[in-house]
Write a protein that binds this ligand. Structure first.
Ligand code: B12
Length: 349
């Protein structure tokens, strides 16, 4: 079965995978649940209440699949060459993971294929699939399955491929053979991600304060971006890769890795650079949907993207953006958006 599984997974263009026995994961999940509770109690989750609400399912997979026996954990490479944008030219940078089509949809489809294939092989197979928004602790699963190690930036880093990959999983009642785990390195004395994070979001090794993380501020956060953090957002309009860009496990390797799943490439989605003039001019939700439907950017909605565009515009030093910001103030009734546009104008004038 495992040889066939390997062939099937490779044929489906997953970058790598591992299989874990659920029994061997239980203690690890217990330990991580305590760690998560402490992290959440300290307020590091910001407004992401869904993490607490899903805690019971995320750390107890038998809630979703009572006869769970094994978990197949898959990695999908999402970044090869990245065009770094020039903020002075009015471009805003989209994080690598979000440049293509919505990875939830793209990967879910593949997980359904894998699940169907397992059921063809064994009609008694039962499965539960998950990626990112599902009730699983993806990094804990990936580490246990040997896809990589926990970096100080909290990413799962694969020693030969770096950290620019998605994690997805299929739980099953099938008794699959666990894959062999290789010895993993660790970050050692390296502190590059700590030093590079502009907002100081990495509080301790593996511990991110989401309230300070540019990824959270520009995507999950539904309020304004705190004024003292706006300059630090730089030209990042959706998500942030700084703690990965400086990682020695990514430098020099990232551009040599090939994105195997075509739809994750920038040419099928929003791409790497957004034109601030275009975003600031989006007057309606319909316009926004027409432009970004089927991409991860939908998560921030038009409101979030205009807020982010104002911040990046304010940081750009580009006076050509002044009339676009003035239009936002004229057009929008939302106090949060008007406030951000005013802040940006203050910076540019
Ligand atoms: C919430 C969330 C976020 C939040 C919070 C991030 C965070 N670090 O917690 C925000 C919005 C900020 C975010 C940002 C990003 N995210 Co995110 N996010 C998630 C999500 C939904 C849950 C993560 C979570 O449980 N956080 C809670 C904390 C406590 O867990 P953790 O960060 O994994 O921390 C671990 C370490 O702290 C480690 N650890 C370290 N020290 C110690 C010590 C002890 C004693 C123990 C037990 C454990 C431990 O154990 C923790 C897990 O228990 C997962 C998907 C999922 N379903 O799991 C994706 C996920 C983690 N995100 C992902 C990605 C790609 C990103 C971004 C790169 C996107 C971007 N470019 O903007 C950034 C990276 C920022 C960063 N450095 O984390 C990928 C990561 C893939 C990988 N190779 O690791 C995931 C797995 C989605 C996926 N399925 O592919 N994300």
């Amino acid at each position: 079965m495992n040889e066939q599984l390997k062939k099937y997974i490779e044929g489906e263009n997953w970058s790598f995978y591992g299989v874990i026995k659920y029994d061997e994961l239980k203690d690890k999940l217990k330990e991580h649940e305590k760690h998560f509770e402490q992290w959440e109690k300290e307020g590091n989750a910001g407004s992401m209440e869904y993490l607490k609400n899903m805690q019971k399912d995320r750390f107890h997979p038998e809630n979703k699949l009572p006869d769970i026996n094994s978990i197949i954990v898959l990695g999908a490479w999402y970044s090869d060459e990245q065009k770094m944008c020039s903020i002075e030219e009015g471009d805003a940078q989209v994080a690598r993971y979000a440049v293509g089509k919505d990875y939830h949809k793209v990967l879910k489809k593949k997980l359904i294929h894998l699940s169907d294939w397992l059921k063809e092989q064994n009609p008694l197979a039962d499965t539960y699939i998950s990626v990112d928004s599902g009730p699983t602790v993806d990094r804990v699963l990936a580490e246990a399955a040997g896809l990589g190690f926990f970096g100080k930036n909290s990413m799962i880093i694969n020693p030969s491929k770096g950290s620019y990959f998605f994690i997805a999983s299929v739980m099953t009642n099938l008794d699959l053979e666990a894959t062999e785990k290789k010895r993993m390195p660790n970050c050692g004395d390296c502190r590059r991600c700590f030093d590079a994070c502009p907002t100081g979001a990495i509080k301790a090794p593996g511990k991110i304060d989401a309230n300070l993380c540019i990824s959270y501020l520009t995507i999950e956060n539904k309020e304004g971006i705190p004024e003292e953090l706006r300059e630090k957002v730089g030209n990042r309009i959706f998500g942030c890769d700084i703690c990965q860009e400086v990682c020695p496990f990514n430098i020099g390797r990232a551009n040599k890795q090939e994105v195997l799943i075509e739809n994750l490439k920038g040419k099928y989605g929003a791409g790497e650079a957004l034109d601030l003039k275009e975003i600031l001019s989006m007057e309606t939700d319909e316009q926004f949907t027409e432009r970004f439907a089927g991409t991860p950017l939908m998560r921030a909605k038009r409101r979030g993207m205009i807020r982010n565009a104002c911040v990046v515009a304010g940081n750009s030093g580009n006076k050509e953006l002044i009339p676009y910001l003035e239009k936002v103030i004229e057009r929008e009734e939302d106090g949060m958006l008007r406030g951000h546009a005013k802040w940006a104008l203050g910076k540019l004038k």
